[in-house]
Design a protein. Structure first.
Lengths: 134, 134
DNA sequence: CCTTGACCTTCCAGTTACTGGAAGGATTAA
DNA sequence: TTAATCCTTCCAGTAACTGGAAGGTCAAGG
């Protein structure tokens, strides 16, 4: 099948699929006219990558996972290690964002948000502490 | 002061500070020898940007915030609007990451992580459901 | 006076994972 | 034959830096 059909089947932009070929992630055969020809196995790989990407795996992780996917003699430990690393990264990101959110909230909450210039947010960013140092 | 001193004072890489000039975020005067000359006001701006960036504001938001910082007639409402938008984005990101984490966890947990090839993570990514469809 | 080392300059390229668009060939239907 | 789709490749842009090369400037030491 041509790239358009593969794209539609998977709900991926053709541009993205071409990109995956460019970086040698999913490389289809070519028809005589030069068109990319995707077979069922290619489409499975596209689906695999699509799901891995949607779970936040990097394209590089996808490359490794894809090779494990294709390897009938893989050790599930290898897969699990990648996934656990990624999980740890996600947890770290969540923690970081929660901290950001809380800090930001403490600046935003006391801001009156009116027409006057006094602004705890600006003060906070400028490094001015609100407390009146006696 | 030269860029090196400003960089050290703020704990920012000189490269980053040059970049901020390139994008016209913090543009210092120049000495006769062509060196960048940062005065106290520039350093304050660098600090302001540094803090805003560390709170996750985009460089573009920083530009706007910086102009509000310098505007004695600003309305705090304008500042607050930007900060609240950003807060909303952060919340959305946290929610998204939590979903990712949970989904990933449900794939990782049942994986034995041994030398055998059977792997619920690979199966999940491949779109194979675990349940034995009777 | 000259050299060495630290500091400064500009410019170019690379990072991540695409996305948009231009120019032009292939295919299909009318 | 022509028009509408589809396909191709190639180039550029996104965000926010970061690394590195080639070369100018400056202060200290011999």
């Amino acid at each position: 099948m041509n790239i358009g059909e593969a794209a539609e089947q998977r709900g991926l932009p053709a541009k993205t699929i071409r990109y995956y070929e460019e970086i040698k992630l999913v490389v289809p055969a070519r028809s005589e006219n030069g068109y990319r020809a995707y077979d069922g196995r290619d489409v499975n790989k596209l689906q695999f990558v699509q799901r891995a990407r949607s779970l936040g795996f990097s394209v590089d992780d996808c490359r490794t996972l894809l090779s494990l996917y294709e390897d009938k003699h893989r050790a599930s430990a290898d897969v699990k290690a990648i996934a656990e690393d990624h999980l740890t990264e996600i947890e770290a990101k969540i923690t970081e964002l929660r901290t950001l959110r809380d800090t930001l909230k403490h600046l935003v909450d006391p801001c009156l948000g009116d027409a006057r210039p006094e602004c705890p947010i600006i003060d906070g960013l400028a490094g001015r502490t609100k407390g009146g140092g006696k």
